[in-house]
Design a protein around this ligand. Structure first.
Ligand code: ATP
Ligand code: MG
Length: 552
């Protein structure tokens, strides 16, 4: 796999190997199975797996499944599929929930050391007592319970004697700490809920801030890579590892989140788009999820190249979504066969072409890659062209078809528009053209020039196809936190993010399979949609158009 360019995390690893602090790098990718992975997660995957790989280390895929209410095996399965699809193999597959017993023991150890207590304050009271950035917190009246009482209450919490929210276990650190995370954080809560892995075995669950450092230490993770929001949690992370007397001491290192313009990048928001029907599922091609991008037609290589280009730093500005498009275009340029498709058909009858005759024209599968060989394209008296390639009363500099004008049909002949047929509403429904047999493509004809080249599909053998064209799902990059008063990111959802067109493709496309990718002449790159394609109907998702203003 391609290496990441040098960065501060890699530097730490090099230093730790050189100094002998570690003899092997162990990282983990720790998703919570409460949604599908998005392109932001791809960055975390590439950093964790990529860096460990570079140093012949190991990476665990660990499901951080400590919150039974939001988690589901559907998400577990999709995450495994997405990590593999991106091109990575985990050394171990772990579930944080498999460590519940161990975590419980460590919590008991904290209680015995006088470093944790059972609190009866309500969630609201705990928040109120916590204080603010400018004012110190206040100690809970339950803070000085004896070790014996705490041990007894904690065991009874585990045994299900209390309701949700009635009691919590808190670490006893410092209510006056300038770092709010150290003001006696809650480390266990009661939740009478069925867990996707442990079922009804537990009704108390560890909080993230307590569970995560223990998970890392249990797995001997050397470098626990996370995003910058967790920077203020690092002292608590270290406190947990130390006070719980873990043998391993992982080092937390933070990097800046990946954000991309014109989308949202949080599982909670993405779930809302799915649940409220803005999209047709987590794998809707407009979603920034790995499964959505796969369905749209992105390749693993294009995503990896994009992520590598964004680099590893502490900053987290939004990256232009056009940069993603640039990388998929680059990747498909030499891989995708070229073909022609008509998205908005207009019938053309070539009146001087022999009736009933079909000739097979030659075209390269990809002119940039001659080794890909040639394909045959049928041509006959009836073809389809794009509605847009004809204008009855064109403006100046319109070089496509109009009455009396001649254009080149890609890979075929020059045709000239002789007659326009309309329906009773005045709508153009057919063109009558003539062709010039001397102008056949590839014969070196130099008699005269035409300014326009248009694409076409032979009508009698063409295959019906649906084309799905996408625009950005989110109209600007305001997210809920910065949206105007009273508005949310949902107000920025683009109502016209999907356009569905019915057209035709060349007959040799009939054998296409889901996920086959093509470059349609003048229209861009398309992927055969795995969800909507049937034996009777091909459905193509546009991955990206041919041109972009983006330069890297
Ligand atoms: P979200 O906020 O989208 O729900 P999360 O951080 O809660 O994401 P986790 O399942 O906890 O999701 O994420 C697994 C790993 O992926 C974490 O280490 C997290 O820091 C990382 N990650 C999540 N979002 C991004 C992002 N946008 N850029 C880089 N890394 C990310
Ligand atoms: Mg999360």
């Amino acid at each position: 796999m391609e290496n990441l360019s040098s960065n501060f995390i890699k530097d730490v690893m090099i230093k730790d190997l050189e100094s002998g602090k570690h003899d092997k790098i162990i990282t983990r990718f720790p998703p919570e199975p409460n949604g599908y992975l998005h392109i932001g997660h791809a960055k975390s995957i590439i950093i964790n797996f990529g860096l460990a790989d570079e140093f012949n280390g190991k990476t665990n895929l660990r499901f951080d499944d400590t919150n039974p209410l939001k988690e589901d095996v559907e998400y577990v399965n999709s995450i495994k599929e997405d990590v593999k699809w991106l091109g990575f193999e985990w050394d171990n597959l772990f579930f944080a929930s498999d460590y519940f017993e161990e975590m419980y023991k460590r919590a008991v150890l904290l209680i015995k050391k006088g470093l944790a207590y059972v609190d009866d304050l309500s969630a609201d009271e705990i928040r109120e007592y916590r204080g603010t950035l400018t004012s110190p917190g206040k100690e809970s009246p339950y803070r000085d319970r004896s070790v014996e009482e705490n041990l007894d209450l904690f065991e009874r919490m585990r045994n299900g004697e209390f309701e949700n929210g009635q009691k919590v276990l808190r670490a006893k650190i410092d209510m006056k700490s300038p770092n709010i995370n150290l003001r006696d954080p809650v480390i266990y809560r009661i939740s009478h809920a069925t867990h996707h892995n442990t079922g009804d075995k537990w009704c108390i669950y560890p909080m993230y801030a307590f569970a995560h450092p223990l998970e890392d230490a249990i797995e001997d993770v050397t470098h626990s890579i996370c995003t910058v929001e967790f920077e203020d949690q690092r002292p608590l992370y270290n406190w947990v590892v130390e006070q719980c007397e873990m043998e391993s001491t992982p080092q937390q290192i933070e990097f800046g989140r990946l954000n991309v313009t014109n989308t949202v990048m949080s599982k909670r928001k993405l779930k809302q788009l799915v649940d409220e029907g803005f999209v047709d599922g987590w794998d809707d091609p407009r979603m920034p999820t790995i499964s959505g991008m796969r369905r749209k037609g992105f390749t693993p290589e294009s995503i990896r190249n994009f992520v590598r280009e964004t680099g590893v730093s502490k900053g987290s500005g939004a990256v232009d979504s056009q940069m993603l498009e640039h990388f998929v275009r680059e990747d498909l340029k030499l891989k995708a066969p070229r073909t022609m498709g008509i998205l908005n058909p207009l019938k053309v009858v070539i009146t001087n072409y022999p009736e009933g005759q079909i000739e097979l024209l030659d075209a390269e599968i990809n002119p940039e890659v001659p080794e890909m060989g040639m394909r045959k394209i049928p041509f006959s008296r009836e073809i389809y062209i794009e509605k847009d390639d004809f204008m009855e009363n064109p403006p100046a500099k319109y070089f496509r078809l109009f009455p009396g004008n001649e254009v080149r049909l890609k890979h075929a002949y020059f045709i000239k528009c002789e007659e326009v047929i309309k329906d009773i509403h005045g709508e153009v429904i057919e063109l009558r053209c003539t062709y010039d047999p001397l102008t056949k493509s590839g014969t070196g004809f130099t008699g005269r020039k035409v300014k326009g080249t248009i694409h076409w599909v032979e009508a009698t053998n063409s295959v019906p196809a649906e084309f799905r064209l996408y625009e950005p799902l989110i109209l600007d990059n305001t997210d809920e936190d910065t949206a105007e008063e009273g508005k949310t990111f949902l107000d920025n959802v683009n109502p016209e993010s999907l356009v569905v067109l019915q057209g035709f493709v060349e007959p040799n496309m009939r054998e296409s399979r889901p996920h086959d990718k093509f470059q349609f002449f003048r229209h861009g790159y398309f992927n055969v949609d795995p969800k909507h394609t049937t034996v009777d109907k091909l459905v193509f998702n546009r991955i990206v158009s041919l041109k972009s203003s983006f330069k890297i």
